[in-house]
Design a protein around this ligand. Structure first.
Ligand SMILES: NCc1[nH]cc(CCC(=O)O)c1CC(=O)O
Length: 353
């Protein structure tokens, strides 16, 4: 007789929010598992972030979306949580671990509803992310243009529709989410020129250069989180989905964010890119943009240009590079406070959420 525990096909319970994007991300992971012979099922979780209609910057506290899914993990209702890594707080959990970060999707943001060049004077652009507001307003300042940032939130479809008829000229969304939902396409009709336009659900759009709009830490990456106690074939199946490059890049980005003591709604953009690999060492380049006061508000962001910084190096500890870069930003900010004696500026960086 065969032992059923060794012949039973593996069936992993994957947990995520119930939004269309979260579903698409679970389907993607299910496909990766299936390609390796592992079966899976979907368990939908409603989180406090889904039930609360306020802006994320108003709800406060990091991880409003991750919390409910983590509870399901702790209660053994699921075996593996599928998170957007950028929504996951940087603090380590005693009983949970991010076991795998699969290969990364596009890290760039997309302007939906217009190209940058076509934006009218005084254009109204919807985003609830201080990071996006900061970089849009800094771009406008450098271009000598005027634009207005309007705080919005809602799932991907809701925000796209605001650009179609909500009194906004455009909204900004993560390209990764748009691609995973199959919304990012090309068309040669919209602008009337020969070149192919980027189109999102029939709206003229533009994939924004990374240099102009640095992504949120971890943008475009998924985090597969499990209980530390998970063992056997289930653990092995999840671990196999890890992509060393994606994991290294996001480690560096999240260490940068954590060292600033900032959360996922902070006015911080950062991109780490693995450019090569020698044995256990990664060649990494990092660029970052940080709002000068690091306060978590959409107001007052234009008063001073943000801090921009970059570093590159070869390391087998990507987190250390991110930490070092963040320390250099903090040193620079604290130096400025000391030099200018700016009483109103925080001498120490405040927690962003
Ligand atoms: N904060 C919501 C959120 N979390 C992850 C994504 C997109 C997917 C990703 O960046 O990995 C989005 C939507 C957006 O920012 O437009």
């Amino acid at each position: 007789m065969t032992d059923p525990s060794t012949t039973d096909p593996l069936l992993l319970r994957l947990g995520a929010r119930t939004s269309p994007l979260a579903r698409a991300q679970v389907d993607l992971v299910a496909g990766l598992l299936a390609a390796r012979g592992a079966g899976s099922s979907f368990v939908g979780v409603t989180t406090s972030g889904d039930l609360d209609p306020r802006l994320l910057t108003e709800i406060g506290g990091t991880g409003v979306f991750a919390l409910g899914v983590r509870e399901a993990l702790r209660a053994d209702k699921i075996d593996c949580a599928v998170h957007s890594l950028k929504d996951l707080p940087t603090a380590a959990e005693a009983d949970l671990e991010v076991l795998a970060v699969p290969a990364r999707e596009d890290v760039r943001d997309v302007l939906v509803g217009s190209t940058l060049a076509d934006l009218p004077d005084g254009a109204r652009i919807g985003t609830g992310a201080p990071r996006r507001a900061l970089q849009l307003l800094d771009w406008a300042r450098l271009q000598g243009r005027r634009l207005e940032v309007v705080p919005v939130r809602g799932n991907v479809d809701t925000r796209i529709e605001l650009a179609r008829g909500g009194g906004l000229d455009a909204v900004v969304l993560a390209g990764a989410g748009l691609r995973r939902l199959g919304y990012l396409g090309v068309d040669d009709q919209l602008s009337g020129s020969d070149k192919k336009d980027t189109v999102v659900k029939g709206l003229l759009s533009e994939i924004i250069d990374e240099e102009l709009m640095l992504p949120a830490p971890g943008q475009g990456a998924l985090a597969l989180e499990v209980r530390r106690s998970l063992e056997g074939p289930a653990r092995d199946a999840v671990a196999l989905l890890d992509d060393a490059v994606a994991h290294a890049e996001t480690r560096a980005e999240r260490a940068f964010l954590a060292t600033l003591e900032a959360g996922c709604t902070a006015p911080v953009g950062v991109r780490a890119r693995v450019t090569g690999r020698r044995g256990n060492a990664f060649d990494l380049t990092m660029s970052a943009v940080v709002e000068r006061t690091l306060l978590n508000t959409l107001s007052g962001l234009t008063k001073q240009p943000p801090v921009r910084t970059a570093v590159s190096g070869s390391t087998n500890d990507p987190a250390q590079l991110g930490t070092d870069l963040a320390r250099s930003v903090l040193d620079q900010l604290n130096d400025e406070v000391r030099r200018t004696g700016a009483g109103s500026a925080p001498a120490r960086i405040e927690r962003a959420t």
